[in-house]
Design a protein around this ligand. Structure first.
Ligand SMILES: [Zn+2]
Length: 291
């Protein structure tokens, strides 16, 4: 009787252990399948130490999976309604109501804290702008309602549509072709290159050049590129996601799709996709942080 009882207890323990092992093995197998079969590699947040990411800001991979559409790349959505986006806290921004992707924002917050410890205060001047916001900027410059950076009123100085578009394109994107649609790109602190030449601006720029890559950020519009927008020392992109979106745009975005605003017919002549969407600092096409 005592012996049989002991045997039953042993059986029970053995079966419980066996069941636990089976559960563990199947969980591990499904994880491996998830990593290898999805079109998003599992390293989207690898540049940030996992223990420093606030858990509520981590984007689950299943919501990242459906971002690869031309509507997303062309900014035809409302970031306030999109599950991958979050409102930027006023503490980090020059104005209210700006949105960023959750993964890009989590990386920015870590970068912000590091910079602050080094005596530098980063500030987001611009973040996500969807197609409709960009259309507002573009058409204001197109009609002369807003002067371009050198003070020209383009409706008076530049009647030729292709030439007029090229002038706006020095610093502003055509709606549908801006990286600001993606929620991965931010403008920091000051929108004049000169500001970064001396004093506080120079210190900040040097810090970004040294450390931004540790957080996955890269300066998109550097000096000396063969074509595309002029140099922008303030514009930085979160490459773990934006490099994938650039690759998606290269494969799927066509000049003919860039339409729905004044002057859009010049997109094909100018080859906006090749010269502007893809005409970036090629270092930013690398997925991982460069360290
Ligand atoms: Zn920008």
């Amino acid at each position: 009787m005592t012996c049989r009882k002991a045997l039953n207890t042993f059986d029970l323990k053995f079966i419980t252990t066996l069941l636990a092992l089976i559960v563990l093995m199947s969980a591990q197998m499904s994880c491996q399948q998830g990593n290898s079969s999805g079109n998003i590699p599992a390293d989207a947040t690898d540049s940030i130490p996992a223990d420093t990411i606030p858990q509520e800001t981590v984007t689950p991979m299943d919501t990242l999976a459906h971002i690869f559409t031309t509507d997303y790349v062309m900014g035809r959505f409302d970031p306030a309604e999109h599950p991958d986006f979050t409102l930027i806290d006023n503490k980090y921004a020059s104005r209210e109501g700006m949105y960023l992707r959750k993964d890009a924002y989590a990386a920015f917050l870590n970068m912000y804290e590091h910079a602050l410890k080094d005596g530098i205060q980063l500030q987001i001047r611009s973040a996500t702008r969807n197609f409709y916001a960009q259309k507002g900027i573009w058409e204001a410059k197109w009609t002369g309602e807003r002067k371009i950076e050198n003070g020209e009123n383009l409706s008076e100085t530049t009647p030729d549509p292709v030439e007029r578009a090229r002038k706006i394109l020095r610093y502003s994107s055509m709606p549908g072709s801006s990286r600001h649609h993606w929620g991965t790109d931010i403008d920091l602190n000051n929108l004049e290159n000169d500001w970064f030449d001396t004093g506080e601006g120079l210190t900040l720029y040097k810090w970004l050049q040294q450390h931004a890559h540790e957080y996955g950020y890269c300066q998109t519009y550097t000096a000396g590129r063969p074509y595309g927008y002029f140099e922008e020392r303030w514009h930085w992109t979160y490459t773990p996601v934006s490099a994938r979106l650039t690759a998606f745009a290269e494969a799927n975005l066509k000049n003919e799709m860039i339409e729905g605003f004044l002057g859009s017919e010049s997109a094909v002549t100018i080859d906006v996709v090749k010269h502007y969407v893809l005409g970036i600092n090629q270092q930013c096409n690398k997925l991982e942080a460069r360290n």
